[in-house]
Design a protein around this ligand. Structure first.
Ligand SMILES: [Zn+2]
Length: 318
């Protein structure tokens, strides 16, 4: 989840789906005629390149999910099952105007083009839903990535107010989908934080004694902003301290949206550097095309695109 100013909810962590109580959406409408021709070409390009639908019309809200988190406790080599943790997420919103969709697509798609197609396809993501007035459990959010669905939702109004925020939010939400894949066992069951396959290596990068907030019952205290800062040693933002999954999404998001900031922080802060290196290792293992050369290009090429964007020259806007 990507919060606007304050974190709103407990992060979307390792949760196994029990049931989906309502249809997440109707998908791309047959009448996408209200967006401009460039946007139509872009939507086709995204579908062809990434097997990904960007839906913005006729989406039915609320999108509601109920989860049961399987939990175990590790005592040495002994595995002790714990009662499952039940949780419900309700995402609400309304359908955006075509004008705002046009605007967001020109923000979103050049960012998507930084990803190798295999990276996107491995997430099993099928859809990005563009919304306005987006909320998660009643709290306004810029984006939310429910782990039970192969999609994430993005608020076109909030993400286009400030470009930097919007770009970071897009990458942040996308990484949640990657992490949902990473933190599943071979049967597709989401893992709890004390599961042996959980990425304990990440937590070990923090200073001794540090604990993520992991607020019980959702929510985070005021001040947990997602702004980039050097105020918190070892972390790129205050929001990164909310939970392991939120921090990983923040690190990934800033590596893609603000590589200069990440490089500067990594040079001055060995913990940040170790997290960036760990993220690179995770990504290379997840998608071999994301190797040293890939990250070199990401940090040095101003308009880095792994996949060339469609040529829109000569396309009438209307
Ligand atoms: Zn998040």
């Amino acid at each position: 989840m990507r919060v606007l100013v304050l974190s709103g909810l407990r992060p979307m962590t390792c949760l196994a789906l029990i049931f989906i109580s309502s249809s997440p959406c109707v998908g791309q409408s047959k009448t996408a005629t209200d967006i401009n021709n460039e946007s139509k070409i872009i939507l086709e390009w995204v579908a062809k390149t990434y097997d990904l639908t960007i839906a913005w019309q006729n989406v039915s809200y609320p999108i509601e999910t109920k989860y049961s988190v399987p939990r175990i406790l590790l005592k040495g080599t002994q595995v002790v099952p714990l009662p499952a943790l039940e949780a419900t997420y309700v995402c609400n919103g309304t359908n955006p105007t075509p004008a705002k969709v046009n605007e967001l697509l020109f923000l979103l798609v050049p960012e998507l083009a930084k990803y190798p197609p295999s990276f996107v396809k491995k997430t099993e993501m099928t859809k990005i839903i563009l919304a306005r007035n987006l909320t998660a459990n009643g709290k306004p959010v810029g984006g939310v990535a429910p782990p039970a669905f192969s999609l994430f939702l993005a608020d076109v109004e909030k993400l286009t107010v400030r470009t930097n925020y919007g770009v970071q939010a897009i990458h942040h939400e996308f990484f949640h989908k990657v992490d949902h894949r990473i933190h599943r066992d071979d049967k597709g069951v989401a893992m709890a934080a004390n599961h042996p396959l959980w990425d304990a290596n990440w937590e070990k990068l923090n200073r001794p004694g540090f604990a993520y907030l992991n607020p019980p019952g959702g929510g985070a205290p005021p001040g947990f902003t997602a702004e980039p800062t050097d105020k918190f040693p070892g972390f790129l933002s205050r929001y990164s301290m909310a939970s392991l999954l939120e921090e990983r999404a923040e690190v990934f998001g800033y590596m893609f949206s603000n590589p200069d900031f990440v490089e500067k922080r990594a040079k001055a802060d060995p913990v940040v550097k170790s997290k960036v290196n760990r993220m690179k290792a995770i990504l290379k293992e997840y998608c071999p095309e994301m190797d040293e050369k890939y990250f070199e290009r990401l940090s040095t090429e101003r308009n880095f695109r792994f996949v060339a964007l469609p040529d829109l020259s000569g396309t009438p806007k209307k």
